[in-house]
Structures are given as structure tokens and as C-alpha cells.
Write a protein that binds this ligand. Structure first.
Ligand code: ANZ
Length: 863
């Protein structure tokens, strides 16, 4: 290292210098009172986990930062904020383990995240930081909840929930797989508990309509995921009467009323209230046993992968209202209590699930449609009905599918036994948790069962201190321990505070609005602020938030819109999902993982080992060192970065070894933003070399002086520059951040040792700056500027520089290629021929004929 030039590219010196200056001068502050057009760029704020940021996180932050810096140069007033989704169960679990308070743990983690994020030089406006566990933030989360309550959109209900005994809390459906909590593996059980619910189902139609808004620039796949989650289906609801018991009826929901004639049995969900009443004595024992067993299974287990459907006969029959036939009534858990009416008419001739069930249990299978020659309905369902017409449907025989749906629905309505019906898969949102580390509900329970919200002037309801985060012995949430806090005396009567807390989702349901007006202590936000900033112009985050966060956030915004609190219904105009960055994990035969920093690749020492993943023999050249200092072979395999694979790469390590600019460029250069990519620290080497070349193009690394600018950039370099300018602008607009880098590299290559002109050097530095802001600022300053280049105008493309001013002409002798020449595009024939003769090096006497194909070639016919 000692002979390295003293003034070489030193990111570890340059980067802290610029970060400090940006902060000191408050360069990236967004202004609410600006005359400039606004641009709001937002990345999904992180949960401050114990592992800190890994190199996957800065992918979306870098993308958002590039767009923000570019928009500032285009003259926009840019809002690019950052914050923390800071409430949540993991910190509470860590608190239990470490005997500390979750707040202390959370604040400590956030501090490390901040240090990490700041070392990357993002242009966040840190003055607007939002932290969901700060009292002056959750004050307004509570206030917003009171609006939901007053509108009837928040209610208490006795609902079946997943109760996790080990964690002492209710879990959301998506946190439970195979009857275990996904995070810890703790078993969970079904319980009925009184819970706060949000009436998101009231907004099902509104949320669907919003997705159809053509100005919503979201990936189609993501819109479809939301549509599927909402799950709208249209059909009919109709009632069946139990044979011999006119007073016992049950309703079914069907999307296919046209197949009613072929309904050969009915099924009730095990939880259906009629099960006990209709079960005959001789069937009672099997039915009871079956119902009890079903209660222990999760909905997911019941929906997927059960080919041989289980179920039992109740002994009762119902009457098919179309043809008067008696059909058996079964109980089976493929029918879900929580969907439709919890009961179905089974049409095994046309429905796969019913067909499977009927086959297993020997139930009759009939067709509601004429069948093609030779079609065996017992062997499989009949789906194609365009050309077929109804049968087995009495007065409705002979109709096409759509006609039959309509006619049979009309008949059911006329008979008073049914109606057209739309159903949604979406359920109301379970909004309470028996946890400590969350927003307290602003709710008081009165001595006579009254439920009221805490008045606005008594907000916030601060989270009281408790020392123990488990539920109480009486099974109440941990907040019940804060007895002084819980009991509120009003006019001599004791009211009790709600002791549940809100789920982690609550804070992220409106944080983008708070960023618009983060220090407002009179309101959640002011009208002026939202009028100016909404909607978010670009929102980037992981696809794992496709349904829950993005659906919840849209729901809250729709409610705010209906309340007149915001004037835009859809909060995120353009949405993009970055692809996950995976990292290689290294695993010993015995299953132990070694961190990527602790392994070596010995290409010359291949070793055959048994794969810890597949148990098959594999050849590896990777080695780690075990606790006795012995070398052990490990297998390499990529996977999600994190604790479990011990493969999280800390961006701070890369900043130390390569610099933040190299890290930023590498993250973008790995591939298209939406693709899954595998991290490779050595991949940063190439990017670092590029930045070193940029440096040496402009700086004499022996003296530290700026190398003299050329009076004119050589034409090929000028063209390469404007190709890069064009690609940089288009790339940013289209969120393609890798291809512009390739063009910038090409420019540097074409320049070779030749410095461009000052103007062109400054153009280059400006387009480089969104990707590599530190080195760009440093060069800008060394070029003699005193102001940051943050607000320098984005360079315009010089289209004329893109036009080829030379063309290539192939020189042939007797039709065989001899060489090529470059001539000016506008060269006349004589000039071209003369140049061709010179290049062909022929004696004029030998030439019989000269053939010129304009723009392409010259062929000499010789003796
Ligand atoms: C008869 C029928 C015939 C049906 C046919 C489908 C095809 P989607 O589209 O998802 O809304 N169903 C109704 N309630 C159910 C429940 N609680 N559990 C399980 N299945 C239920 O599905 C609606 C269809 O799913 C309904 O239409 C019903 O079966 C079934 F050729 O009725 B269908």
C-alpha cells in the first residue's frame, strides 16, 4: 500500500465529509411552502430488527434515492423521508429474553439502523423522521382510531382466534401455519375471544374499484393479488328445507345457480349451527366425533392438499327446491364456516371438490347439462358448457349457462327462497393483540358495559410502564398489570381502560401522511400539507407487502377520503416491488452455518462431501474454520439473508471495504430492480475499479490536482456521453437503474486517457451523481464549484451528438473483403472513392471497374 498514489480515490475520506456537509446545510429538507412542483418518493420504512440492516435493505432505498436526486435536479421540491415501524412483537420477545424494556431495545436498534442508513449517503429528510412508537405519533394513530369507532367501522366481537399460549397472545391468520406460530414454532389453538375488529369488508367494493383506476401505475400481478384477496364472487343465496321439518332450513351460497338441478347432496360446515339439530340419533356419535376433530384443524389445512375429503352423513335429507328431490345432508370440513353461509349445495357433476367427495363417499353424480357423446360424468366433472343446454332442471331445461343462471335466480326470488348475492372472501380485520408493545386503544369501558372513546383532549393515552410482558394469571393482556392506569374514576364511578393493544400494522396505515406534516401537534396532518404533497408519486417496497400492508393502508386512506380528511382516494400513485437480494450461505455437513466473511474458496482443493441440505454427495471448494482452528468443508447455497442462514451481509462492512458509492452502484448494477439477485461482495470490486477510473480521468492521483480539461471532447467520447445522459434519464423514469451504469462505464472507456472538456466533464459528473453522490460532489467541488450539485440542473441530451457523423465503408477486391474505412456521413462519391483507392492500395492500371454501393461498400474489379 505504501507506494499507492497519495491522491488516489479514497471513499472513506470523501464520503463522511459529504454526509456531514449535507446534514449541516440541511440540503435535503423538503419544504411545505415551495412554489416548485412537488415529488413524493417513498420507501417502505423498516422494522428495527435485532439483526440490523443487511445489504438487501438499501436496494429500495438506493432506487428511491436515485429518483429523488434526479427529481431535485429537474427542479422538483422532493419529499424523501425515512422512519421506523417500531412497535411489534419481536422487540417484546427480546425484552423478555434479556430482562429489559422493549422501548430501550427498540431505540437502541433504531440508532444502529440510522448509523447504517446514514453511512450510505441517502438524501433523506431526517427532520421528518416518523417513529410509530413515539407518543406524538401514536397520539394520532389513536385519534384516527376514534374516527373509525365513531363511524361504526371499529367494533368488538366474539370471534374465533388463534391463541398462542407460549406467547400469551392472539396471532393473525397469516402468522399461523400448521397450527404453529411461524416465528417461534409455538403451538397455537382455536379460542373464542372478544376482539376489536375493523370493518374492512364495508370497503371491499371501494378497494376493488380503486384498483381499476387507470391512473394507478401498479404491477398488474400485484393488483391481481389484491383482487384475489378481496375475492369477489357473484351468484345466488338460496334455502333448503330439511325433509319432514319445515321449520329447519339452511341457506347456501352458490356461484352456479344454473346447476341447482344436479345438486345431489348438501354439506354443512362442522361449525354450522344446524348440525346438532338435524343429526339423527343413530348418526349422532360419528357426527360429534367428527365435529370435535375438525375444530382442531386450521382453515388452511382444511383448504389445501386434502384429496380424500373427509366427512360424515347426518342422517337427514333436504329438499332440492328446483326438482323436489330428497338429497342427503353431510357434514364435511371442506366447507368453511367463515365463508358464504357455511353450507353448500354440492354439484359433483360440475365442481371438482364435490366430485372428489362424492367419489370417495359413493354419492350420486349427475349432470345439469347435456353431455357430449361418450362423456362419463362419473369419471370427471363437466366444465365446458357453451354449446350445451340444461337438463335435470324441470321447467328450466334447454337453456344456455348465462340464461339458466338468470332464469333460476329469478325463480328463486319469485318463490321467496333465494336472491342474487355477491360474496367476498375478505374478512373483517382482527385489530387487537394481547401484547404490551403496541398502541393502547383510546377506549374506556363503563361500569354498565358502556364503551366510549377517550375524548380528543385527553389523548394521547400513553403506554404505561409494566415489568412483565406475559398475560396475567387471570389470562388478561399485560396492560392489565398497570392497575393504576387501567382504572379511571369519572364522577365517582370506576371506568376501565381497554387493555388490548393495536397490531403492528396500525402504525404503517398512515405514516406516509404524517411525513407530510410530521411536527403538527394540533392534528394528524394539516389540509395544506396533504393538499400539497398527496399522493405518493413513487412507493417502493417488497412484494411481501402486496396484500396486507398495501390493502390496509388503502383502506384507511379510503376512510379518510370519505371523512373529508384527504382529497385523494388512492394514496400511492406508482408502486414498484424490488426483487429480493439473496446471499450465499455456507453450511457444514453437521448443519452448522458459517458467515460468508469466514469462508474461503480453494479452487484447487475440491472435496466431496454429503450435502447438509440434500444428503446427496456434492463437490465443494469452500472451507470454513471450526472452533479448533481446523479447516472444514462447507457447501454453498443461496437463500434469504438473515439469522437462520447466518448470511446477512452488513452494508457497513462494504462501506468500509469499497465505499458507499460502490455499494450503491453495485446494488443497482446487479440486475433489474424487480428481479431476485444473489449478493456477491467480490462483485463490488468491479464497481470500485470503475469509480477509481472515473477519479483518475479527472484527478492526477500523484498531485491531487484536476487534470487539464481538453478544449474539445473527442467525438467518440462526446457521443458516448450523450448516450449515457439519455439512458440515465430514461432509465430513472422507467426504474431501470442498471443500464445507465453500463453506458457511463462505456463513456469512461472511450475517453481512455483523454480528459473531456470542462462542460462535458460536468455533464458526466451530474448524471453520475444520483448513483454515486459522494464522488460526484467531490469532483464538482474540485472543479471549482462552491455549492452542492444537488440543485444543479439535470443535463439535456444533445441529440446531435447521438447522430453518427461517420459511416463505415467496406472495401472489397473482386468481391472479397480487404479492409474497412471511416468516412464522414456527408462525403460525396469522389471523396469516398479516393479514400477507398488509398485504402485498397492498388495500382490504377490494374483496376477495370469501381463499384460504389452508397453507404455500404466499394468493390474493385481488377485484372
Ligand atoms: C354449486 C357449484 C357448482 C359451485 C359448480 C361451484 C361450481 P367462490 O367462487 O370461491 O366464491 N362454496 C360456497 N360456500 C362455501 C364454503 N363455505 N366452503 C367451501 N365451499 C363453498 O366459490 C363459491 C362456490 O364454492 C360455491 O358455488 C359453492 O359451490 C362453494 F359447478 O355451488 B358452488
Amino acid at each position: 500500500m505504501s507506494d499507492a498514489p497519495a491522491h488516489r480515490y479514497l471513499p472513506n475520506t470523501i464520503e463522511p465529509k459529504w454526509q456531514a456537509r449535507w446534514e449541516r446545510e440541511n440540503v435535503f429538507a423538503a419544504h411545505n411552502d415551495s412554489d416548485k412542483p412537488k415529488y413524493y418518493a417513498l420507501c417502505m420504512f423498516p422494522y428495527p430488527s435485532g439483526t440490523g440492516l443487511h445489504v438487501g435493505h438499501p436496494e429500495s432505498y438506493t432506487a428511491i434515492d436515485i429518483v429523488s436526486r434526479y427529481k431535485r435536479m429537474q427542479g422538483f421540491n422532493v419529499l424523501n423521508p425515512f422512519g421506523f415501524d417500531a412497535f411489534g412483537l419481536p422487540a417484546e420477545r427480546a425484552a423478555q429474553r434479556e430482562g429489559r424494556h422493549p422501548e430501550g431495545i427498540t431505540r437502541e436498534r433504531m440508532e444502529y439502523f440510522r448509523t447504517q442508513v446514514k453511512s450510505l449517503g441517502f438524501s433523506f429528510d431526517w427532520n421528518r423522521e416518523v417513529v410509530t412508537c413515539d407518543v406524538d405519533y401514536y397520539h394520532w394513530t389513536q385519534w384516527l382510531f376514534t374516527l373509525f369507532f365513531e363511524r361504526g367501522l371499529a367494533y368488538l366481537a366474539e370471534v374465533p382466534v388463534w391463541w398462542c399460549e407460549a406467547q400469551g397472545t392472539v396471532l393473525a391468520n397469516e402468522e399461523v401455519v400448521d397450527n404453529r406460530y411461524v416465528e417461534t414454532g409455538d403451538p397455537v389453538e382455536r379460542r373464542y375471544m372478544r376482539q376489536w375488529m375493523l370493518r374492512i369488508t364495508d370497503y371491499a367494493e371501494s378497494l376493488l374499484e380503486g384498483l381499476d383506476d387507470p391512473s394507478l401505475d401498479w404491477p398488474e400481478g400485484l393488483k391481481d393479488m389484491q383482487r384475489a384477496w378481496i375475492g369477489k364472487s357473484t351468484g345466488a343465496q338460496l334455502s333448503f328445507v330439511i325433509d319432514g321439518h319445515d321449520d329447519l332450513t339452511f341457506d347456501v351460497f352458490t356461484t352456479r345457480p344454473d346447476t341447482l338441478g344436479a345438486a345431489t347432496y348438501c354439506v354443512l360446515a362442522p361449525e354450522h349451527e344446524l348440525v346438532a339439530a338435524i343429526t339423527t340419533d343413530d348418526q349422532r356419535e360419528v357426527v360429534t366425533t367428527y365435529v370435535d376433530a375438525a375444530a382442531a384443524k386450521s382453515e388452511r389445512d382444511r383448504q389445501v392438499g386434502e384429496k380424500d375429503k373427509t366427512g360424515v352423513f347426518t342422517g337427514a335429507y333436504a329438499i332440492n327446491p328446483l326438482n323436489g328431490r330428497k338429497v342427503p345432508v353431510w357434514v364435511a370440513d371442506y366447507v368453511l364456516a367463515g365463508y358464504g353461509t357455511g353450507a353448500i349445495m354440492a354439484v359433483p357433476g360440475h365442481d371438482e371438490r364435490d366430485h372428489d367427495f362424492a367419489t370417495v363417499h359413493g354419492l350420486p353424480i349427475e349432470s345439469a347439462y347435456t353431455l357430449p357423446e361418450g362423456f362419463d360424468i362419473g369419471a370427471g366433472v363437466f366444465l365446458a358448457t357453451e354449446t350445451q343446454t340444461t337438463v335435470n332442471s324441470g321447467q328450466f331445461d334447454g337453456l344456455g349457462q348465462e340464461e339458466a343462471k338468470q332464469a333460476i335466480t329469478d325463480y328463486l326470488v319469485a318463490e321467496g327462497i333465494g336472491e342474487a348475492q355477491t360474496n367476498y372472501r375478505l374478512r373483517d380485520w382482527l385489530f387487537s393483540r394481547q401484547r404490551y408493545w403496541g398502541e393502547p386503544f383510546p377506549i374506556l369501558h363503563g361500569p354498565n358495559g358502556e364503551i366510549v372513546t377517550v375524548p380528543d383532549d385527553a389523548l394521547p393515552v400513553e403506554l404505561p410502564h409494566v415489568d412483565e410482558y406475559r398475560p396475567t394469571d387471570a389470562g388478561e393482556p399485560p396492560l392489565a398489570r398497570a392497575t393504576e392506569w387501567v382504572n379511571v374514576t369519572i364522577d365517582g364511578k370506576t371506568w376501565k381502560r381497554e387493555t388490548n393493544t393495536m397490531p403492528q400494522w396500525a402504525g404503517s396505515c398512515w405514516y406516509w401522511l404524517r411525513y407530510m406534516d410530521p411536527h403538527n401537534d394540533k392534528a394528524a396532518w394539516s389540509n395544506e400539507a396533504t393538499e400539497y404533497w398527496q399522493a405518493v408519486d413513487l412507493y417502493i417496497g417488497g412484494v411481501e407487502h402486496a396484500v396486507l400492508h398495501l390493502l390496509y393502508a388503502r383502506f384507511w386512506n379510503h376512510v379518510f377520503h370519505d371523512l373529508g380528511l384527504v382529497s385523494v382516494r388512492e394514496p400511492f400513485t406508482r408502486l414498484f416491488n424490488q426483487g429480493m437480494i439473496l446471499a450465499n450461505a455456507y453450511r457444514e455437513r453437521n448443519g452448522k452455518y458459517h458467515h460468508p466473511n469466514d469462508v474461503v474458496n480453494l479452487q484447487d482443493e475440491p472435496f466431496e462431501m454429503v450435502s447438509p441440505w440434500t444428503q446427496q454427495p456434492v463437490v465443494t471448494t469452500w472451507y470454513a474454520t471450526d472452533e479448533h482452528g481446523k479447516r472444514v468443508p462447507v457447501e454453498e447455497k443461496s437463500g434469504k439473508m438473515g439469522k437462520s442462514l447466518n448470511n446477512a451481509v452488513d452494508p457497513m462492512d462494504i462501506v468500509a471495504s469499497h465505499g458507499a458509492d460502490a455499494l450503491r452502484i453495485y446494488e443497482m448494477f446487479m440486475g433489474p430492480l424487480d428481479q431476485v439477485k444473489v449478493w456477491s461482495t467480490s462483485g463490488c470490486d468491479g464497481v470500485l475499479r470503475f469509480l477509481q477510473r472515473v477519479w483518475r480521468l479527472f484527478i492526477n492521483d500523484e498531485t491531487g490536482e484536476v487534470r487539464p480539461f481538453a478544449s474539445q471532447t473527442k467525438p467518440a467520447a462526446r457521443k458516448a456521453l450523450h448516450v449515457a445522459v439519455k439512458e440515465a434519464g430514461a432509465g430513472i423514469e422507467e426504474l431501470r437503474f442498471n443500464t445507465p451504469i453500463a453506458k457511463m462505464m462505456e463513456f469512461v472507456n472511450v475517453c481512455g486517457p483523454d480528459t473531456p472538456s470542462r462542460d462535458d466533464a460536468e455533464i458526466f459528473v451530474r448524471i453520475l451523481s444520483p448513483w454515486a453522490p459522494h464522488v460526484a460532489e467531490e469532483l464538482w467541488e474540485r472543479f471549482g464549484h462552491t455549492e452542492s450539485l444537488t440543485f444543479e440542473p439535470w443535463p439535456a441530451v444533445d441529440e446531435s451528438a447521438l447522430i453518427d457523423d461517420e459511416i463505415t465503408i467496406v472495401i472489397q477486391i473482386k468481391g472479397k473483403k480487404k479492409t474497412v474505412i471511416q468516412v464522414p456521413v456527408d462525403a460525396d462519391d469522389d471523396t469516398i472513392l479516393q479514400a477507398a483507392r488509398d485504402a485498397a492500395d492498388l495500382s490504377p492500371d490494374n483496376v477495370i471497374k469501381e463499384i460504389l454501393v452508397p453507404g455500404r461498400l466499394v468493390n474493385f474489379v481488377t485484372k
